[in-house]
Design a binder for this molecule. Structure first.
Ligand SMILES: Nc1nc2c(ncn2[C@@H]2O[C@H](COP(=O)(O)OP(=O)(O)OP(=O)(O)O)[C@@H](O)[C@H]2O)c(=O)[nH]1
Ligand SMILES: [Mg+2]
Length: 394
């Protein structure tokens, strides 16, 4: 359903994009909403804007109550990313989230049969091979989380901000009820886990860097020109827009407003050691029907941990790229962990700006190549396990 916004609304959106502080952003969003007409096509947008406004307002109120200090004193919704990817650990109370943190990460957590004992997000680093994942235990999800019950906004905000989610289920209780409840609350917050048929990724750039649209997929109901016109109508003139899979013009607009996000998800079915667990696991598998990976484990007995690492690695679609200095025989042993589809250009940018500016060519060693090393340019698409030697003018 298209939003068909009037030009005034689009002008106002530019001010939202340009806002520097949360106060400015909130004021600009309120102003923008005045120009968004009420009809079915704008329902999702209005809902999302109102949700964002209420989040900012709640945060500002809390800061005011706590004095003028920078930290709000309440639970932090955003945790600075560490490691190669951030994964939010979401589940109802007592399913064993803290127990999983204790078994897989370096974090200090309280494992207890007392319900709702984790009130604040707790981060920890989980190592899988030479990749580090940052796992964040979120306060338990419950019915009403999406409406802000308990620390619901924190929990769902963490899911929205993370690169992926673990949906944790207690196999000694009804698994379908738990999964449905989690997915429903997430869906109300427009955080979806089912794989979309396509994806639009907008990376905003500084003024003057121009608009680049990269199409890897198919446009179903529009042309490239329509996409460009839409982006420009929202004054998105400096951005890299990557379109993959099957996409409609609506999806591009969705991405501009960041209304819906899709997260790769892994289901952890915990407490496999308990009575009824095996039967409930069968029920869960039948219900999920292969749509999401399910890792059965017992955090208490520390079983299933390597399988979880592998499932996260696969679902987050990351690759490990090893670098070596020209002339040296060995790679550094510490990979750059990058997104599937990353190129030599992305790698060079990751290493150093100068590397990019003075780039001449790269040599790549990879099993999938008929001959290694191969001399390649900036646009060479990297694969997991590739070893790269970058040659620069310096
Ligand atoms: N039998 C069994 N018990 C487990 C397992 N994992 C966790 N538990 C128990 O389940 C209870 C709750 O565990 P926690 O890890 O605190 O649960 P949580 O999901 O963090 O709960 P809150 O943060 O309080 O919402 C504790 O008594 C754990 O010992 C498991 O694999 N098997
Ligand atoms: Mg806990």
């Amino acid at each position: 359903m298209p939003t068909n916004l009037p030009p005034e609304a689009m002008d106002k959106w530019e001010l939202v994009e340009a806002a520097h502080s949360p106060q400015e952003k909130m004021a600009a969003m309120i102003e923008f909403l005045k120009y968004v007409p009420h009809h079915k096509g704008t329902m999702k947008l209005r809902g999302e804007m109102n949700r964002k406004i209420s989040l900012i307002r709640a945060d500002l109120d809390k800061k005011k109550r706590m004095g003028t200090g920078k930290s709000s004193g309440g639970p932090k919704m955003f945790i600075e990313k560490q490691g190669s990817a951030q994964v939010a650990l979401i589940g109802m109370t007592n399913v064993g989230k803290s127990c999983l943190m204790k078994a897989t990460t370096n974090s200090k957590v309280l494992v207890t049969p007392t319900p709702y004992s984790t009130h604040e997000p707790v981060p920890g680093i989980m190592t899988y091979g030479d990749v580090q994942f940052q796992i964040i235990e979120a306060p338990a999800v419950m019915e009403g989380s999406a409406d802000g019950r308990a620390a619901g906004h924190v929990t769902l905000g963490l899911a929205r901000n993370a690169d992926g989610v673990i949906l944790m289920i207690d196999l000694s209780r009804d698994p379908i009820k738990q999964l449905e409840l989690i997915l429903e609350e997430m869906e109300k917050s427009r955080v979806l886990v089912n794989k979309p048929s396509g994806h639009v990724d907008i990376e905003r750039r500084h003024a003057g860097s121009a608009l680049r649209i990269i199409l890897i997929g198919k446009l179903l109901d529009c042309s490239m020109q329509d996409v460009e016109d839409l982006l420009r109508s929202y004054k998105l003139n400096d951005a890299i827009v990557k379109i993959s899979g099957d996409i409609r013009l609506d999806d591009v607009e969705d991405a501009i407003f960041e209304t819906t996000t899709y997260k790769p998800a892994v289901i952890v079915a915990n407490k496999l050691d308990l009575k009824d667990a095996a039967a409930n696991l069968r029920i869960l598998k039948q219900y999920v029907n292969g749509k999401l990976p399910i890792i059965a484990m017992s955090c208490e007995q520390k079983s299933g941990i390597p399988e979880l690492g592998k499932a996260l690695f696969d679902s987050l679609k990351v690759i490990r790229v090893y670098t070596k200095d020209p002339g040296s025989k060995q790679d550094t042993g510490h990979p750059f962990v990058m997104k599937y589809g990353a190129t030599i250009n992305d790698l060079a940018k990751n290493i150093h700006k100068e590397m990019l500016e003075n780039f001449m060519f790269a040599m790549v060693w990879a099993k999938r190549l008929p001959f290694s090393p191969k001399k390649v340019g900036m646009n060479f698409v990297l694969g997991d396990g590739d070893v790269v030697e970058i040659h620069t003018r310096l």
